[in-house]
Design a protein around this ligand. Structure first.
Ligand code: APR
Length: 312
């Protein structure tokens, strides 16, 4: 029997995730959205692309959660972007309501699913999903670290003219402007970045990585990035379905790791069929530790805002 992945939110990120996943032929897919006809249309279009690339999976688009029953993985990427005049708190309340509905509707139909959450603000939406689903924390993972690290890898590759395959970068922390690109751990075919790039160039790459999402928003004018976020989710789903024990940065529930408790935060995790198998604690130097604390403070403030605005 094929695996089943349900994607809640068939917008740019959701439908692009379906595209990447269909290419890997690892699961039947269900796309759910509130817009009538849109998920059905996208699913049909994608289904009709598969004969050309020779992939046999079924893609269903729907406005109804019934089709999600028995999913192995649920991806939540439904949400609203921030509109003019909307405060961060307004967005928090609106997206929390959307994520609540997505979680409640899916968990009763797929009690054994692993959740991958993308809706922003990412770390607190993953927290909300974990609390509402009552799943154990290792079954709810937030997508951010693969994306942020991939952005840094792309910038390093562009700078050095080296294959992206040779470049490993690790970006930890919350998915926001305070994220922490770890330059000491990042390397090009084993040589630390700090030995290859001047401090100025490295700092420029770190800053561009931190603002990577914003750079794309300002270029697109409407909407935000979706190719890279979607392929990052695809890698996580692949690791879950294939039980790969893959180590990547992702947003995980902190229970004392890195000195943090009761919040989701971007750290290196090992992902397999049960979700997060292990949280890896890097030894950080004083500067890295300080940067991580600053990022954690920012995520903690949004988590507190969530708790004060929304009944969990
Ligand atoms: N249930 C299902 N789908 C919903 C709901 C809901 N209650 N509310 C909104 N949606 C759908 C919208 O109809 C839209 O199709 O969520 C989709 C969001 O898609 P886009 O607006 O294209 O946004 P996208 O770029 O895909 O980003 C979605 O992921 O990366 C994050 O910051 C991003 O929070 C945002 C989310």
């Amino acid at each position: 029997m094929k695996n089943k992945v349900s994607i809640i939110g068939a917008g740019m990120t959701g439908s692009t995730t379906a595209h990447w996943l269909a290419e890997r032929e690892i699961a039947d897919l269900v796309l759910v959205d509130v817009v009538e006809g849109m998920p059905q249309g996208k699913a049909l279009d994608l289904q009709q692309a598969l004969p050309v690339i020779g992939k046999d999976v079924t893609i269903v688009g729907t406005n109804d959660y019934e089709a999600t029953a028995g999913s192995d993985v649920v991806v939540i990427t439904a949400g609203l972007p921030r509109k003019p005049g909307m405060s961060r708190d307004d967005l928090l309340i609106a997206n929390a309501a959307i994520v609540r509905k997505a979680t409640e509707e899916t968990i009763r139909r797929s009690p054994d699913a692993i959740y991958v959450v993308l809706t922003n603000p990412l770390d607190v939406m993953a927290y909300l999903t974990m609390k509402l689903s009552k799943l154990s924390p290792e079954r709810v993972i937030g997508q951010a670290g693969i994306l942020d690290s991939a952005r840094m890898r792309a910038f390093v590759a562009m700078e050095l003219g080296v294959s992206v395959e040779n470049i490993q970068c690790y970006v930890l922390g919350g998915h926001g402007d305070e994220m922490v690109p770890l330059t000491r751990h990042s390397n090009v075919a084993g040589t630390p970045l700090r030995e290859i790039l001047s401090p100025e160039r490295l700092e420029a790459i770190v800053n561009r990585t931190r603002k990577g999402g914003g750079e794309i928003i300002s270029l697109l004018k409407t909407g935000s990035a979706y190719y890279a976020p979607a392929v990052a989710v695809t890698q996580m789903v692949d690791a879950i379905l294939k039980d790969k024990h893959l180590i990547v940065p992702a947003s995980a529930y902190m229970q004392g790791e890195y000195g943090l408790k009761d919040m989701y935060f971007g750290v290196p995790v090992q992902i397999g069929s049960k979700g997060i198998e292990k949280i890896i604690e890097y030894k950080l130097d004083a500067a890295e530790d300080a940067a991580l604390r600053k990022s954690a403070d920012a995520v903690w403030q949004t988590t507190e805002a969530l708790l004060s605005l929304v009944n969990i």
